[in-house]
Ligand binder design. Structure first.
Ligand SMILES: [Zn+2]
Length: 191
């Protein structure tokens, strides 16, 4: 993934629900990693300990990958109204994989038990990182918006992804991420 100024693939900003400190299902989840960080390239990014997101793909009847879970981001969030994938700030000491699965569960109702991790793509700006965790479903399920950061969460066919108004950092990264998802041999970490 190339480095560009601007915000990461998933960068929610605190909104009304966050300020109210609401907790529980349908609410904004907060933890000590939430906050803005400045990387060595001079950008402002969400996540004091970095951030991570889950790009989850499914296979059509055991064949090729045909869709990914995308999140239509709440209008109040940073670059609201765009589409990205579930993710957010890492908690202190939390691995990217654990953080991505936690965010996917909180925001999109994705059960960790339904997910097989494939690998990850690290974007390192120096002092701040974003890890895109690539995964596949182990069983069919319908994702759903499960907190106030999402207007909608849905399976989006691969060919339809670029037709949506995407979060700019995701739009830029998508061709490479799609290539990795469709490369059956890809497992592990890359940059
Ligand atoms: Zn940066």
């Amino acid at each position: 993934m190339r480095s560009e100024p601007g915000d990461p693939v998933s960068a929610p900003a605190p909104g009304p629900a966050a300020e109210a400190g609401v907790r529980g299902v349908g609410a904004f989840h907060r933890h000590p990693g939430d906050g803005w960080a400045q990387c060595l390239q001079g950008h402002r990014h969400w996540g004091l300990h970095g951030a991570a997101g889950l790009l989850l793909a499914r296979r059509a009847h055991g064949g090729s990958i045909d869709a990914v879970v995308l999140q239509h981001r709440a209008l109040w969030s940073d670059q609201g109204g765009t589409w990205g994938f579930p993710g957010g700030a890492l908690a202190p000491g939390e691995s990217a994989e654990v953080g991505a699965l936690r965010e996917a569960s909180e925001e999109a109702g994705i059960p960790a038990a339904a997910v097989r991790l494939r690998g990850s793509v690290l974007l390192d700006h120096g002092g701040w990182t974003y890890t895109t965790v690539l995964a596949e479903t182990l069983m069919p399920f319908e994702p759903a918006a499960t907190d106030t950061e999402s207007l909608e969460v849905a399976w989006v066919l691969l060919d339809d992804v670029a037709r949506l108004p995407l979060l700019p950092a995701f739009a830029e990264a998508w061709p490479r991420l799609r290539e990795l998802l469709e490369a059956d041999g890809f497992h592990g970490r890359t940059t």
